[in-house]
Ligand binder design. Structure first.
Ligand SMILES: *Cc1c(COP(=O)(O)O)cnc(C)c1O
Length: 383
């Protein structure tokens, strides 16, 4: 018999198996299921980026193994974009690393820094990769609750001095998936101070920094001194509907990035240079980004206003394409997700799938045409 390694057996089991099964059942019965579970943009990559890729792919020099940390021209484009967008200076040679999507970098980071018994603070509810990569690297994830009453900022009141002393990395993610919570400069400042006091790394995942509808979200590197302890992950996936292209970047503290890069040079061989060239064009010109924001803004308006009218406790997100809302009284998040699928044919992600502190909520991803979102909201309203 083939037996999984213990590190693999330690990973949480897949919580959505039951919902997946039920979805397949419903479809087999002929039900028109609206799947709001998947956070993957439905719109295509903007045409000018595709055109840039077509030009790039013709160049034989791009057909070779790329450099590990990314093309210099890509790293320079990232530095330009950071300066323009956040007014943060980055040295393209030491403070920028290209990633095969930000998930790749997030997953590899703990391998560079986490020893047995080291603690990694992960947001809960949160993107599951922070927890699983910590476990794979042999560390101990500690779930920090994101509480609604403090705007889904991390509630660190239960993290003891002893835990902080054992902490090697703290993952943060703003704008937040799944809660759509936004960071404040004060909150970032406080965490930077803690990181300096207890000597841990801050890894801020800013995958949704450009999917916003009000004030532009901040970079943690805008906080003075943050670069001493922090790196930040970005991705072109959500910003330019490029999830399939696999390109992102880590920026910030050079020593931390050096560790991440050492892991990467032993595991992968970099990002296809044609993709990097298309990404340079995307970062410099931001084609289609305004339209992408307007599309989500419209969808949010449709979905939230209908649900609100029906009595749901739901607010418009200021960023991301997720609507995170409370399940009605008397249901667990799993029970309500089951009911929504059963009675309305709408698949929502139960909050508990993002961690225990996600209980009481569900997440709807607005990655489908307006009409489908309207239809989903109507069906939920009639539950
Ligand atoms: C989508 C997502 C990512 C990963 O995106 P990549 O495609 O790997 O760049 C990272 N973090 C969060 C919170 C996400 O939702």
């Amino acid at each position: 018999m083939v037996e999984w390694a213990s590190r693999l057996r330690k990973l949480p089991s897949y919580l959505f198996a039951e919902l997946d099964e039920k979805k397949a059942e419903k479809i087999a019965q002929g039900v028109d299921v609206i799947d709001m579970g998947v956070g993957d943009p439905d719109m295509p990559t903007p045409t000018p980026i595709i055109e840039a890729m077509k030009r790039a792919v013709e160049k034989p020099e791009h057909h070779k193994y790329p450099t590990y940390n990314g093309m210099k021209s890509f790293r320079e484009a990232v530095a330009r974009w950071y300066k323009r967008r956040f007014n943060v200076e980055l040295d393209p040679d030491t403070e920028v690393v290209a990633l095969i999507g930000s998930k790749e970098g997030i997953a590899h980071l703990p391998f560079a820094f986490v020893e047995e018994r080291d603690v990694v603070l992960v947001p809960d509810p949160g993107y599951p990769v922070y927890h699983s990569s910590t476990v794979l690297a042999g560390g101990e994830p500690y779930h920090v609750p994101l509480k609604e009453k403090i705007g889904f900022l991390p509630d660190l009141s239960n993290v003891t001095k002893d835990l902080f002393r054992r902490t090697k990395i703290m993952f943060l993610n703003y704008p937040n998936n799944p809660t759509a919570g936004m960071a404040t400069k004060e909150a970032f400042q406080k965490i930077v101070e803690l990181a300096k006091e207890y000597n841990f790394i801050i890894a801020h995942d800013a995958a949704y920094s450009e999917i916003y509808y009000e004030e532009p979200p901040i970079s943690i590197l805008e906080v003075p001194g943050a670069k001493d302890v922090a790196i930040e992950f970005h991705s072109l996936s959500k910003t330019f509907n490029m999830t399939g292209w696999r390109i992102g970047m880590a920026v910030g503290n050079a020593e931390i990035l050096k560790g991440l890069l050492k892991v990467k040079t032993n595991i992968d061989s970099g990002v296809f240079q044609a993709v990097q060239e298309a990404a340079i064009f995307a970062l410099d010109n931001e084609p289609g980004l305004k339209e992408i924001r307007e599309t989500y803004r419209r969808r949010i308006e449709i979905f939230v206003s209908k649900l609100k009218k029906a009595g749901f406790a739901v607010e418009k997100p200021k960023a991301t394409f997720y609507v995170w809302f409370k399940v009605p009284e008397g249901y667990s998040s799993m029970e309500f997700a089951n009911l929504a699928l059963d009675k309305a044919g709408v698949l929502l992600t139960p909050g508990v799938g993002f961690g225990v502190y996600g209980e009481g909520f569900v997440r709807a991803a607005l990655c489908m045409p307006d009409e489908r979102i309207e239809e989903a909201a109507e069906r939920l309203a009639n539950l």
